[in-house]
Design a protein around this ligand. Sequence first.
Ligand SMILES: [Zn+2]
Length: 614
Amino acid sequence: MKTNPSISTDHTIITSSMAMACRVQFSLHNSLRLFSSSSSSPIIHPSLKSQRVSFRNPNYGAFYCTCAAAEPFVVTTPLYYVNSPPHMGSAYTTIAADAVARYQRLLGKKVIFITGTDEHGEKISTSAAAIGSSPSEHCDFISQAYKALWTELGISYDKFIRTTDPNHEVIVKEFYSKVLASGDIYRADYEGLYCVNCEEYKDEKELLENNCCPMHLKPCVHRKEDNYFFALSKYQKRLEQILAENPDFVQPSYRLNEVQGWVKSGLKDFSISRASVSWGIPVPNDPKQTIYVWFDALLGYISALSEDKQQPNLQTAISFGWPASLHLIGKDILRFHAVYWPAMLMSAGVSLPKKVFGHGFLTKDGLKMGKSLGNTLEPTDLVNRFGADAVRYFFLKEVEFGNDGDYSEDRFINIINANLANTIGNLLNRTLGLLRKNCQSTIAIDSTIAAEQNAFKGTVENLVEKARHHYENLELSSACETVLEIGNAGNVYINQKAPWSLFKQGESGFETASKDLVNVLEATRIMAIAISPVTPSLALRIYTQLGYSEDQFYAVTWSDTRWGGLKHGHITAQPQPVFARIELETELNDDDTIETKKVSKKKEKHKTQKVVEA
Ligand SMILES: [Zn+2]
């Protein structure tokens, strides 16, 4: 989706911009589907049944019944605008959405995880022309770059919608006709200052000196067009009421305040067609105009639900899973999702999404990222150097979800080494080492019996329940922190019990020591499930080390976080580090100081990851 500051030269990163159902089935993707426990008969822990989040659906005058026996959990990322390749901001939103989708699958829900690319608009045709390419070639290329990055990051999306998909166009036109039939579209002359980067007319009072757009810092151009307008102002009262009655509709709460402020200050009708833009979906009955890119792109959330084999139409698409459970977006496109979109849906008589969550922006070393500063963070580069688990974990744990967050390489490496390599990886590795040496890698006793009258079990159970609560509330950072606390507790436990010395005492210490090992390994098993939404590959490696097959791992549900999984006689695998520490090789230059600084700074980009044993 079109958006924000990040697309222009000075991007801030996160964002989101926004629109074919994806037929790509990588083997990874397939395995992720298996991970969804919907394939097996899911067992929901009794405590989960009673604590499902309930929500008053702000559904006004919907024509369609969208109730289904098993309502799917539909989570969306923005449809990313294809004027430039994916950046860390889009990767961040998508990683977060993936963690949410994976958590919901663990609960046994049917999940539809939607992402995609927004491919229309003046900016796209300009970007394509600038590199001597046609708009459609350009869109194919960038859209593919998104898919490739999602594969590298282990993103388990179910649907990848492109707004140039013919099925999407059919649904946009149908939706437009419904809004027209509601009497909410009228034709008017419009004259004003237009920001091509925002693709919208600006209010003169919000502009900077020389009529510069405050987001893009480029002068707006004077334009006069005869356009079609959407009567947003008609929905002011209803929006006010929805926001007041459904405080969870926009989250976090400070973003709800912002949205309420906008609505209260008065809603103006907005233009939903462009006479000057040819790269877009033609307005029904007036092919000289195209539909405004935002009006088009937002509908990707619904058209994505269409099944390939079906003749596309709005009602069928809706029947496959609308309303969305959660739109995850960057804060820069909040107005479109929390004001324009609900009004458009009400006008067409379609239910509103259940929740819009606007996260913050990312900075690097405390600075806003931008091409001009030369400090952008390339997600592909990060994944190539550190691996998907590390990238996913760092951003989800270190950025409080909703707020702005910062990346620095030192911090990244410290956190990853301390948490994933040491606290989790090393705990597992040394415990398995002891089990191998003293018990032939065999679990000597059921973990339930091993933990009798042992406070450690209770500690782990409390932490798992806490982690579940955090996931449920989209507190992803706290969820990571809580899972890590299980690792910390495991390390404290094993250091205090010192089973290695008990084993040395011969038979007298053997039983106690082997129980201790089982307790720690049971905790790592539970930890693997609880962290799997964030670091799926690491979780699989832990499970494999514990002696389970991949199929067993992909069949786990959240209910398997209950204590008691490891049974007497179970054999664990040969211990191998599950997470390699990151070690940087810094290359130094012997030339004069200034040169050295330059070179070493430049070389920072080429530091290599050296794998050493944890
Ligand atoms: Zn602008």
